[in-house]
Write a protein that binds this ligand. Structure first.
Ligand code: GRF
Length: 216
């Protein structure tokens, strides 16, 4: 069975969506380890509630950024992790981890990449005035939200939206597509060719605009 290692920094609602998908049989995988870089990350509570090992690694104790990611890599490989899931992990992943898990690290970003990478993707979308934003699951490379795109979901944006109201609607879609992307991986259906991810036997979802904003 696919063994997942989760990296998180905060509340861990995406982590929870993965736990839920496993527990209700939508995803055939096992979360073998949660690593956090902040001691008070709420994601740890979720891990403990579900009997998942959690580990706090203090970035200040590492000699360098690369050394911190070497440590993460070593903890993951010691537990035979197959796939690394970034779930609100607030750091740029460095080469030692990427090299060990080539096309085996996923991230979710709260915008339709390549638009609005980096922090506060929802605020960037509201401030720019786009009519559609959404979320993206992608493989992780050394750039900032630049890796090959796996799946995306669109969320309409209203001029009345605030960062918070848009973030709440995008989050619903994040919780839907992240377990879905992991499921596709677990079924061996993802192939990466350059920056293109091919999905075998995949029925493209209709471009549905779900969770319309108020006044749409
Ligand atoms: C999500 O918006 C995700 O897209 C971004 O960080 C946030 C994490 O939220 N990468 P949570 O910790 O999963 O609740």
């Amino acid at each position: 069975m696919l063994r997942l290692g989760i990296l998180a920094s905060g509340r861990g609602s995406n982590f929870q969506s993965i736990i839920d998908a496993i527990e209700n049989g939508r995803l055939n995988a096992q979360v073998a380890l949660l690593i956090v870089d902040r001691p008070n990350a709420f994601a740890r509570e979720r891990a403990r509630k579900h009997g998942i090992e959690d580990l706090y690694l203090n970035p200040q104790e590492a000699l360098s950024k690369d050394a911190f990611f070497q440590r993460i890599r070593d903890e993951l490989t010691a537990r035979n992790i197959d796939l690394v899931i970034l779930a609100g992990f607030m750091r740029i992943v460095r080469r030692p981890l990427i090299a060990a898990f080539q096309n085996r690290i996923m991230n979710i970003h709260p915008a339709l990449l390549p638009s609005f990478p980096g922090l506060h993707g929802q605020k960037q979308a509201v401030d720019y005035g786009v009519r559609v934003s959404g979320c993206t699951v992608h493989f992780v490379d050394e750039g900032m939200d630049t890796g090959p795109i796996i799946i995306q979901a669109a969320v309409p944006v209203s001029p009345a939206d605030t960062e918070e109201s848009l973030a709440a609607r995008i989050l619903l879609e994040e919780h839907r597509i992240y377990p879905e992307a992991i499921r596709l991986y677990s079924e061996g259906r993802l192939t990466v060719e350059g920056r293109i991810v091919r999905i075998s036997d995949y029925d493209m979802p209709e471009a549905t605009l779900v969770n319309p904003p108020p006044g749409c």
